[in-house]
Design a protein around this ligand. Structure first.
Ligand SMILES: *Cc1c(COP(=O)(O)O)cnc(C)c1O
Length: 396
């Protein structure tokens, strides 16, 4: 089946037998044990990381509403399994605990600010070494537990060649944070990625009302992740799983519509005198832009751009916007704009950000589903305010 069909139908195989049309929500925290032998065997299986068992036992071990969403994500990411978590960071944490505890992680910057912070902090017992993508093969040692990349990267939209990293990593599993792409634009498992991670809070949820994470992977890797999840309790709540699953049928429409507007806005921003630079795969202005059309099937709806007037201009621009929501997060139906150096990437050292082109004048824009001309009118308002700031400074 084609993607549009899978988005509508994946993870719904058992609904016919249940005699229902819409996704059911099971909020049980515990489940009646029919007989002790079955209960004991089921408990052992689920604590060991099995996908399901004759008896669900307890909601930290299994929930059918969550399992349906996970089956859908596995189908969409072309993997055997998927494991849902309470947030994107809970998903990152589970991967570090399952594959890199006491070992080294090789990571390619830039990555999401909190992922960078979590790796750098060593909080979960994994040590990080940040390397360039083309230095991975030489950097691998017997101690390497995981290779961690994000593409397109937050917030400068750089691309990383997944297949090349997988080749360089050899036996070491490669984790790809694919949050910016969604399975509509990229399926990293097709390039050999072992772990495909999403902050489902973003495009998958898409409506700004769910915090969640998911990792799509082999059944063997999923078992380890479920063991960690059962022990640490960073569960995806069934109501959140329901909302995520309910939104999947429109994911392709949302991603593609926002992308059409993003292309227009990226071009207009790039031509504007207040804008020094626009980082957008569709403009060819990001690292490895040649991967667009191959690994990355479309440029997406995220971009970052740098204002000529630096921090003061960025601040004035945000203040003047009336339609865009000034907020962190991304991939929502409404357009969101934020200042990476002051907000999402605050936990990353300024010199590290500067090395990746993120400065005091950089804004990150997540284009939503509003009319593109309304969005442009609002951005022009912001850019005029940015220009006025520089004028005032010069006069003073
Ligand atoms: C938001 C985000 C995360 C973290 O996800 P949460 O759901 O906020 O915990 C991880 N990676 C990327 C690329 C993100 O944008």
């Amino acid at each position: 089946m084609k993607l549009a069909t899978d988005l509508v139908h994946a993870g719904r195989d058992d609904l016919g037998a249940l005699g229902v049309h819409a996704l059911p929500i099971d909020l049980s925290t515990t489940y009646p044990v029919t007989d002790l032998a079955t209960g004991t065997a089921s408990f052992d299986a689920l604590v060991g990381g099995a996908a399901s068992a004759a008896n669900p036992i307890y909601a930290r071990l299994f929930n059918p509403t969550v399992a349906r969403f996970e089956q859908a994500m596995a189908k969409l990411e072309h993997t055997e399994a998927a494991v849902g978590f309470a947030s994107g960071m809970a998903a990152v944490s589970a991967c570090l605990l399952a594959f890199a505890q006491g070992r080294e992680v090789l990571a390619v910057r830039p990555i999401y600010g909190t992922s960078d912070h979590l790796l750098s902090s060593g909080l979960l017992g994994a040590r990080v070494r940040f390397v360039e993508a083309d230095a991975i093969a030489a950097a691998i040692t017997a101690d390497t537990g995981l290779v961690f990349i994000e593409t397109p990267a937050n917030p400068n939209l750089d691309l990383v060649d997944i297949a090349a990293v997988v080749r360089a990593a050899g036996e070491v599993p490669v984790l790809v944070d694919s949050t910016f792409a969604t399975p509509v634009l990229q399926t990293p498992a097709d390039s050999g990625a072992a772990l495909v991670l999403h902050s489902a809070t973003k495009f998958l949820g898409g409506h700004g009302d769910v915090i969640a994470g998911v990792v799509a992977c082999s059944e063997a890797h999923a078992q380890k992740l479920r063991q960690v999840r059962a022990a640490t309790g960073a569960l995806l709540h069934p109501l959140a799983a329901y909302l995520l699953h309910r939104g999947l049928p429109t994911l392709k429409l949302r991603v593609e519509a926002a992308q059409v507007s993003a292309r227009v806005l990226a071009e207009r921003l790039a031509a504007h005198p207040e804008v020094l630079r626009v980082n957008y795969p569709g403009l060819g202005t990001v690292k490895n832009a040649h991967l667009l059309g191959g690994q990355l099937r479309g440029p997406g709806s995220l971009m970052s751009f740098e204002l000529r007037g630096g921090h003061a201009a960025a601040s004035a621009c945000l203040q003047a916007l009336e339609l865009h929501t000034v907020a962190v997060s991304l991939g929502s139906v409404d357009s969101l704009i934020q200042h990476p150096a002051g907000l999402t990437h605050r936990v990353v050292a300024p010199e590290v950000l500067a090395a990746h082109g993120i400065g005091p004048g950089t804004l990150r824009l997540s284009v939503g589903l509003e009319d593109v001309e309304d969005l442009w009118a609002d951005l022009q308002r912001g850019l005029q305010a940015a220009a006025d700031t520089i004028g005032l400074d010069r006069a003073a």
